[in-house]
Design a protein around this ligand. Sequence first.
Ligand SMILES: [Zn+2]
Length: 366
Amino acid sequence: MRAMHAGGSDGQTIYILGVIVVFFRLLPTGNGFPIIGEHETEIPDPGKVENANAPKKVYTSSMFEHWSKATWKAPTWSYQDPAAWATLPSSSCGGDQQSPIDIFPISSVTKAYPKFTFHNYGNFDRMNVLNNGHTVVYSLAADTPIDRIPYITGGGLDDRYEFHSFHLHWGSDSSKGSEHLIRSQSYPAELHLVHYNTKYGTFAEATTHPDGLAVLGIFLKVGLVDNEFFQPLVDQLSQIPVDQQETILDKIVSFQNLLPQKTTSFFRYSGSLTTPNCNEIVTWTVFENPIRVSERQLNKFRSLKDAANEQLVNNYRPAQQLKGRTIYYRRFHGCELKESWPVTSTPLWDVLTWGQCLVNYALSWP
Ligand SMILES: [Zn+2]
């Protein structure tokens, strides 16, 4: 054998190399078939939002890079068969702290969390939007100054969580679409604002820790008129009808106005990303009060196409078992003080605010 190799001519070597190249060219790709010489780096999946800014894959070998980038697809998953997610490589989808869940307020534990503070929840222009085949991901322009990036504190979170991106889940019609359920009832859609714990430095690092992410879940309800603050998210969806298309928003997005009018009532529990690998790293906040959008606005999302070029709808994971977890409930329908009562620097203002609030509360009583 040794003699044969040693005696091989240049022509023979080229022939063998040619056979190897042809062999790899003929290997099936695009269905998760492993290719020799490639190892994808683990890029954690934050509710399928990680693709917004990060490169899709990192290859350790440049040998096949030039062509495999175009043909490589990660092991696929779909909303057709969420039960199969647990069998995916390095999946946590069969774990004990999975999301979403069905929330029953009556069996949740009331807890006096402080209010949330939303920092830099202002206006942002030139947001990036990506159709990633599973949802639409919105992220800030890459040149957003660090001191303008939104972040949240309070709300019972121990740390400061910086905004990463947001995305939505929706149904083929308005009878379904949200991931979380309230008393087993769906909303037509759910918005997820993904934030990461700044004590871990980077988003990628945060996704390797149990307290790495804080996701705010906001239900969308159908109203009769368009939501003007939601319209910038909808306007350019026709530019990204197909998987992996992206664009930049022309209009300004007001973060403050994507939140419900009242963020004082919410549910809190420990859970996971709702897409593979379902990492159990999310402190969930699900606001009780929804925002309103129109059917027309939701239909814009329903007209997108997924990775299989099918209609991108019903991209929600079914509710997962609670498995002994406690759901906490910050229940506040009344009035809030800026500072803690009775020590306050604005007593007159507080009395007026409380008075107005109590009147409103009395009027809204069923
Ligand atoms: Zn989500």
